[in-house]
Design a protein around this ligand. Sequence first.
Ligand SMILES: [Zn+2]
Length: 165
Amino acid sequence: MHFLLPLLILLVAFPKIDRRIAFSLAFLAFIPDFDFFINFTHRFLFHNVFFPVILSSVIYLFTRNIQIFWISLYYLISHIILDLTVGAVALFWPLYERMFEIIIYFDSRLNFVFKINTYPLGVVEEQMTSRPSYFFTQEGIIVIMLFLIMLVIAYKKEIKRFFKR
Ligand SMILES: [Zn+2]
């Protein structure tokens, strides 16, 4: 989800985009979930509006390529938007220490429902102590596997060269 959806949207919306850049940066869409591995910071440390800006700026400093900057920013933000609709995210952490959740659905009378809920950060901590092994949850395994696949694709040439030696 985090990887495929933003990649497809990008390719459809900008057919002339440099596909190599679009594919090799797509792994960035997983990065926010790596806050799971830092004690009790999941869904706030890397899941806020500031993290995408900071990380893509760092990437820009290294690459000096404005297209890479925008695509990185897009992938990182897409993750946070997707998470907002499937659970709570601390959108403005550390300035505002509450989690946001967007709820959109049609109720039984086909009325369009749009709600924004907020929760204290502690909610995530509670959830994580009750099921702390992200490595072994379905979500965790999928994220790690897709990340490894992306790494292999991104460094295909380097890996080939390594084995040829
Ligand atoms: Zn996430």
